[in-house]
Write a protein that binds this ligand. Structure first.
Ligand code: FES
Length: 121
């Protein structure tokens, strides 16, 4: 049976490891089991590493007890100009307080605020 597996005879070299003998039939069992174990280990490691460290979060501090942070404003209430935070680091969130500057310096990011203003105030 082992002689039917292409290339298997090249793996079996008598005297390669002194005192260690594996028959061709044993190799046809060992190789698939070892490959399945290696694949299983790889897949489990990937699964558990993705579970333990969530992908890069944007929101580190704001309303963490809420499943979704949403703010809504009426256009009439905005006034002539409003500056909204998009970096999620502002202490006055949802308004920008300039914290994006420090964030950009520390991370080499390039985020900035959303500015909404009337054309002719
Ligand atoms: S503080 Fe977040 S965009 Fe300015």
């Amino acid at each position: 049976m082992a002689s039917q597996v292409p290339g298997l005879s090249a793996l079996i070299k008598p005297g390669l490891i002194p005192g260690f003998k594996v028959s061709k039939d044993q190799l046809t069992t060992i190789i698939p089991v070892a490959a399945a174990a290696a694949l299983s280990t790889y897949l489990l490691t990937r699964y558990f590493s993705s579970q333990s460290s969530p992908k890069c979060r944007v929101n580190m501090t704001i309303n963490k007890d809420s499943p979704k942070v949403v703010h809504s404003f009426d256009m009439e209430d905005i006034g002539n100009k409003a500056v909204y935070c998009r970096c999620w680091r502002s202490k006055k969130f949802p308004y920008c307080d300039g914290a994006h500057t420090k964030h950009n310096e520390e991370t080499a990011d390039n985020v900035g605020p959303l500015i909404i203003k009337k054309k002719n105030p």
